[in-house]
Design a protein around this ligand. Structure first.
Ligand SMILES: Cc1cc2nc3c(=O)[nH]c(=O)nc-3n(C[C@H](O)[C@H](O)[C@H](O)COP(=O)(O)O)c2cc1C
Length: 459
């Protein structure tokens, strides 16, 4: 491939949050509440010419064995407020916030995100999540629940409604005077939207969910997908699947951008990077954290076991009442996983803690700045991603070294920008102008009608 046709690598920053990627025991770890931390990481990302800064969201504090799970940080400040504050200390960086379509209302959220787009000069993005369970929902509504399938249907309807509001004052696309009326299964609202046309028309919409329903939702409604799929082969298959789905919704396939979340460990030599990765992994999995990790799968108290000793010999409690609540992912039947772990631990003589280090997420990229740049480049050239959301292990300095050492290597390879071109997040991402809501909806109904017809023919 010639220089001219080489795809460009895109980067984004994930502010470390409530998960076991983040190391809080390190002396360099700072607050995840103080604004200085957000500001430091956002400024670093902008220095590195990143596309956007990303905030995840959790709407209820996780609990483990009936108590708030405090082995890593609990709670975080509200997303849109932090992003609005960051808009004032950055100029080009996109500001992406995770916000639930299950526990918000369209008018309120469209107004907040619209305001963020206005005060940032066109840098707002909304990562639409459907949120997991009734436990989370108890913070919001009686009964707390919405069935899984209904959550995605509501999400789709929610985005349509928000887009209708955003374009209500855009002449030739909306009515122009802000008036709106939206009656559907989930919403019945009418009135006048109070914000002028937004710099981006519509804030950029992200999606993060991996089921077939989630992928279809992304293809039919989103601009960017945040995924856990990493590795060139798995990444390329995922990208191909999503792009085909996007084409099915009448879209130019490249208008859907795919960003896996990735981790990294940098060293001066390959051996040093490996050693650093190992050190970070053992920081991420503390002795108490290793026991808690197993307890989530075994569904019972395992504090009597030595983290440096062998795996528990007791069987799991498969009672459906989860010992940990508020996690995004749950394994339904733990027994096959436990059997596989026992086999692995026996074959490799692993302690509980070693095993957890082995089976919980390892670093996606380990190497020198030059080899990491080479791997990121290869990944993008292979069509396995458009860019990467970097998930550092330290708050707030976890991206400093990456920006200082890996970004220049990417620039030397000719696959990374030397300056921002344009002013909006759409410009950073290379996205086309916003697609009017009526086109999204028409494409969804045509595609789904065709799919139903096909299913009828086949059956
Ligand atoms: C990479 C990734 C990041 C996610 N981040 C969040 C998050 O910050 N907050 C949240 O409530 N859900 C988050 N989710 C959960 C999804 O929004 C979705 O609700 C969940 O994955 C279930 O959908 P699915 O069955 O389509 O995967 C994330 C999912 C993925 C794949």
């Amino acid at each position: 491939m010639t220089e001219r046709t080489r795809r460009q690598v895109h980067l984004a920053a994930h502010f470390p949050g409530v998960n076991n990627t983040t190391v809080w025991s390190d002396p360099a770890a700072g607050s995840n509440i103080e604004f200085d931390s957000f500001e430091h990481m956002a400024r670093t990302a902008e220095r590195g010419l990143f596309d956007f800064f990303f905030l995840a969201e959790g709407l209820r504090l996780r609990e483990h064995k009936g108590r708030v799970f405090d082995l890593d940080t609990v709670g975080r400040p509200e997303t849109v407020s932090i992003l609005a504050a960051l808009a004032q200390v950055t100029e080009h960086l996109g500001l992406a916030g995770t916000l639930s379509s299950t526990y918000n209302e369209p008018y309120d959220l469209a107004r907040k995100l619209g305001t963020l787009d206005l005060v940032s000069g066109g840098r707002a993005a909304w990562n639409v999540v459907t949120s997991n369970d009734a436990f989370t929902g108890a913070n919001f509504r009686r009964g707390g629940y919405l069935d899984y399938a209904d959550r995605y249907r509501r999400a789709e309807d929610f985005i349509s409604t928000a887009r209708t509001l955003w374009e209500s004052r855009v002449p030739a696309i909306g009515p122009g005077d802000g008036s709106f009326s939206h009656r559907s299964e989930f919403f019945d609202i009418a009135g006048t939207f109070g914000l002028p046309p937004l710099p981006q028309g519509h804030p950029v919409v992200f999606q993060a969910g991996d089921s077939p329903a989630g992928r279809d939702f992304a293809a039919g409604s989103a601009d960017v997908v945040f995924t856990r799929h990493t590795g060139i082969e798995a990444g390329a298959a995922f990208v191909a699947d999503l792009r085909a789905r996007a084409a099915g919704y009448g879209r130019e396939p490249g208008s859907l951008k795919i960003f896996p979340g990735v981790t990294f460990a940098i060293g001066d030599t390959a051996a040093e990077a490996e050693e650093r990765s190992r050190h970070i992994r053992y920081q991420q999995v503390s002795p108490a954290g290793a026991i808690a990790f197993l307890e989530q799968l075994w569904g019972r108290d395992l504090t009597a076991y030595d983290p440096d000793g062998p795996l528990p010999d007791v069987e799991p409690d498969v009672d459906p009442a989860a010992i940990t609540r508020g996690r995004v992912r749950h394994i339904k039947d733990p027994r096959p996983t436990i059997a596989a772990w026992r086999e692995l631990a026996a074959a490799r003589h692993l302690s509980i803690r070693d095993l957890v280090v082995e089976v919980s997420a390892r670093h996606s990229f380990v190497g020198t700045p030059a080899t990491i740049a080479e791997q990121l480049d290869a990944y993008v050239q292979a069509g396995a991603a458009d860019g990467f959301i970097l998930v550092p292990h330290l708050t707030p300095g976890g991206l400093d070294e990456f920006v200082d050492r890996v970004v220049p290597e990417l620039q030397n390879r000719g696959v990374y920008r030397d300056a921002y071109h344009g002013t909006t997040l759409r410009d950073n991402l290379g996205l086309p102008r916003f697609r009017p809501e009526a086109e999204w909806t028409a494409a969804r109904s045509t595609t789904r009608a065709a799919t139903t017809e096909l299913q009828e023919v086949v059956s």
